[in-house]
Design a protein around this ligand. Structure first.
Ligand SMILES: Nc1ncnc2c1ncn2[C@@H]1O[C@H](COP(=O)(O)OP(=O)(O)O)[C@@H](O)[C@H]1O
Ligand SMILES: [Mg+2]
Length: 325
């Protein structure tokens, strides 16, 4: 069942079409990622879905409620972690959560156990009585996630949750996020411009200039690039090209002294390639397409200019983090 449904949504600021006719559905219990560069329209979309902005046209439903007509029902159904932190720094971690529980009318007898649960879930229970101003960026983010869960929302919105965090804090937060659908029966709608994070989502919509230009699971999207890329160094490129043509009926391209070919099953192709070309192969490299390749193919530009250097995929980071713990 769709817990979020968006139909032809438009949001204009004067002449700017910040959101330009987008439609998508999000299934209950999944992590949905909104991936796009700065200025694409991600925050504007979240603000409309959270009833903080009204749409210029089109429809949005959360938990079956129309965002324009039933804003208070929508608000009860959602939790939000904004792009910029909104914690009260002069309160303790626990006080921030208790205050939020009161605001949302959580039953008095439920407040203590829920607050304790949430603090444990985000690994801040030991620090519950510390003032938030003493917290690192990663701890503040985790506390905001905990706060977003206190009133048991059906959908949690996270706008660039890991922006500005170091790799370890990102991995730590990601571990928390990826466990949420199961542990808290909540659907996650998150925005990011980090490709590695979008990899962890069940489904992704890629947004650029206010329009959704592609959607699907990370694997489905990567398949649209046209398969894996194999690059080869050989002792004789001309003869190798002819043999590759004979073996796979593929024309290998020569760039910078290396041969390149694409294949849907790069891993299965390599042993055959090595057998076929025998002693002519000096080295072989298999590259899987990334979401950046998808974005590049669709728009002709990279999703962002600078990549975090030395950053592996977020899955590797999470694994490394678990080992360290
Ligand atoms: N309050 C506003 N007034 C005018 N233009 C805005 C406003 N908020 C956002 N925009 C513009 O709308 C577009 C989408 O912005 P935004 O939704 O913040 O993108 P993202 O979150 O993907 O970075 C951008 O061109 C931005 O400059
Ligand atoms: Mg934004």
């Amino acid at each position: 069942m769709s817990v979020i449904s968006v139909q032809n949504l438009v949001k204009k600021y004067g002449d700017i079409n910040a959101v330009d006719g987008i439609s998508f559905e999000v299934d209950e219990g999944t992590i949905f990622g909104f991936l796009g560069p700065n200025g694409a329209g991600k925050t504007t979309t979240i603000n409309v879905l959270c009833t903080l902005l009204s749409a210029t046209s089109g429809k949005a439903f959360i938990n079956g409620y129309d965002c324009a007509e039933k804003p208070s029902e929508v608000r009860k159904s959602i939790g939000i972690v904004f792009q910029d932190p909104t914690l009260d720094k002069d309160l303790t971690a626990r006080e921030n959560l208790v205050f939020h529980a009161y605001l949302y009318g959580v039953k008095k007898s439920d407040i203590k156990p829920r607050v304790e649960d949430a603090l444990k879930f985000v690994q801040l229970y030991e620090r519950r009585n510390d003032l938030v101003k003493k917290f690192s960026g990663g701890m503040k983010r985790r506390l905001e996630v905990a706060r977003g869960l206190i009133h048991r929302p059906r959908v949690l919105f996270l706008d660039e949750p890991t922006l500005g965090l170091d790799p370890q804090s990102r991995a730590n937060l990601w571990e928390v996020i990826s466990e949420m659908p199961k542990k808290h029966k909540v659907t996650i709608f998150m925005t990011t411009h980090y490709m590695e994070e979008a990899e962890v989502c069940n489904r992704i919509a890629i947004i650029d200039n206010g329009k959704i230009i592609a959607g699907g699971s990370p694997d489905e999207l990567k398949k649209t690039v046209g398969g894996d890329v194999i690059s080869l160094k050989t002792t004789d490129n001309e003869r190798s090209k002819k043999e590759i043509k004979k073996l796979f009926d593929i024309d290998a391209e020569e760039k910078g002294g290396e041969l390149y070919l694409t294949s849907n099953r790069g891993d299965a192709c390599i042993p055959e390639l090595i057998r076929g070309l025998a002693d002519k192969v000096l080295s072989v490299k298999l590259q899987r397409p990334t979401l950046n390749d998808v974005f590049l193919k669709l728009t002709g530009k990279a999703i962002r200019d600078e990549e975090i250097s030395g950053m592996g995929t977020i899955k590797e980071e999470v694994r490394a983090y678990r080992r360290r713990r």
